[in-house]
Design a protein around this ligand. Sequence first.
Ligand code: ZN
Length: 406
Amino acid sequence: MADVYYSRLITFVDGELRDYGKVYLIVKEGRVWRISKDRPEGKVINYEDFIIVPGFVDVHTHLAQIDVRARWEPNLLRWLERYIFPTEMRFQDESYAKEKAEEFFKELLRNGTTAAAVYSSPYRKATDIAFEIASHSGLWIIMGQVLMDLNAPSELLTSAEVAEKDIKYLSSKWHGCCGRIFYAVTPRFAVSCSMEMMKRISKIASARKLYIQTHLAEQEDEVEKVQEMYNEYGRYTEVYFHASLLTSRTIVAHAIYLADEDVNILKETDTAIAHCPSSNFFLHSGKMDIFRLKSAKIRIGFGSDIAAGPYFSMLEVARDASYTNKISPVESFYYITLGGAKALGISEHTGSLEIGKYADFVVIDISSLTDLDATKEEILSSLIYRGDDRNIMATYVGGRKMFGKS
Ligand SMILES: [Zn+2]
């Protein structure tokens, strides 16, 4: 049995923005089976007053920080101590961990996000609970327990040995589960990780083909601190390189303060970058130069970076990206759909609406933003500069409606 949706469909296909006009999107077994101008037989779900676009991809966000969004403190290291460490400690409580994970994945869907790379909390049990809930959400989730063995309150610290055991336990249970859930080895950043632990966990990531995610060069204070701690290894990027953390399955967030040597290392290792413009605005971290990384042909996606980024909506993140760097809304739209999927290495399956890919899509009401006859560029411009969660009518993952306004 196929499901048929009628709507104007706008998506990137390869490098091109494509406007199919009003078409029938035919979905079979969770995948796009056909896109047709001709009405097929059977029931049609009519979305002709809306548009359909691919589900959004958030390449960097923190589940455990959902309760402390928009808490003012523009210094990263102080913000971590004041708000983030205390809120992450609460995840020792399993009922709180469950409640927050449910809220978090619901919020992703309500905002039209269908794939995300997520930092859980520093606790194995809470991360296990989060995976369990993610596995029922239909979402593409790449996630990992946050690891620190230095420079944080003792309740949040692990050791290289325990970190290794936790990764083995959680990745055996969840990596590859349902075809959409993957494990990411997640050292928070070099400031809170010993070289011993980073080396040890990168080995497991390599042996088990796991993702790796971490933060890189977000603020100047942080860069200086890493330089003090790890002077013998050279620059910040070289510290991660030395620990074998930079791979084609690695996503590093921010990457603002980079020298040309750093860019070369990221390029040579095929590391992807999570650009988080809303977070960078909020913490006054500085401006990530997207053109420089683009010209080095580094894979880039956009991240909401909850809680330093105040909002889940990738439309708002895309808007901030268009303010930070002079990139068009069409290009921003690319980064929150197909570009993000490429950064996460899942673009064969999602990120655009093409035959054979999963039917991961969002139904959007643009009537309050522009008229439906506007060009595709005008629609995306209105959507990105004025749109947010209020415009999302329904979110489908793998052909299943996982969020819908009645
Ligand atoms: Zn982050």
